[in-house]
Design a protein around this ligand. Sequence first.
Ligand code: ZN
Length: 292
Amino acid sequence: MESALAAADELLRKVPLIDGHNDLAWAVRINGHLGVADLDRLQPSLQTDLVRLHSGRVGGQFWSVYVPCRFKGSDAIAATIEQIEFVHRMIEHYPNRLSLATGAKQVEDAFAAGRVASLLGAEGGHCIGESLEILRAFYRLGVRYLTLTHNENTSWAESATDVAIGGLRPFGYEVISEMNLLGMLVDLAHTSRSTALASIRASRAPAVITHSSCRSLVDHPRNVDDETLRARLAANFETLEHFARGWQAYAAERHPAMARFITTAPNARPSWRARPPSARPSRARRTSARRP
Ligand SMILES: [Zn+2]
């Protein structure tokens, strides 16, 4: 056990462990008694704080700027901006512990300096209020992924935990196209299978699934089925390469069917680079639903 811990410790000194989703901003918001200045000591009422982040050797953190689906339209946009502001304030309050990262170089620099690279991810497509301008504004504020849905459908994307609306609708394709142009990751956590598969096909950059589990192991609609994982691996294998290698032994032991397609991933072609322009959504359709 000690040698395993030593090996993990050694690995985490060399490679930044990046957590894809942390709801600390929302947890502090609903707590009502805590603020930015309270996060550098253990906070038992929260699932995370900077003390545990440090002891867990987290090298990079996507701070979620989540707002619940009950926030609609401009309320959702305003609340998301408040969450973004909280994260920026938190980063500025702990300059020796956290460092804003909006790209890979900044993640590497933060890790080399012993700080937690702090990235922002927006959860739930409702937060953009059906506006590509708001999406672009979020990007300017540092947001580097958008989870297309939360627990409820948006008007343009189907959630895994809501009624079927046909997966990804036309404006959803516009959102993904805009995210590709901006350099914002498409996050498929919470989305339905049909939304996820359509998004993987549509996106010209690797999609991510920031916080979901494997449905073959735990049959819950929030988890990702084998076909979606297979499609994602085929389209975006570079993203999953390290994960897949590390996971092979576990998957082979627990679920041989999954191990089979994981082991084929390194031979897959990076189709997101090779996709011809004719396969991309039309530029002419890339306009906001609210644009006059
Ligand atoms: Zn979530």
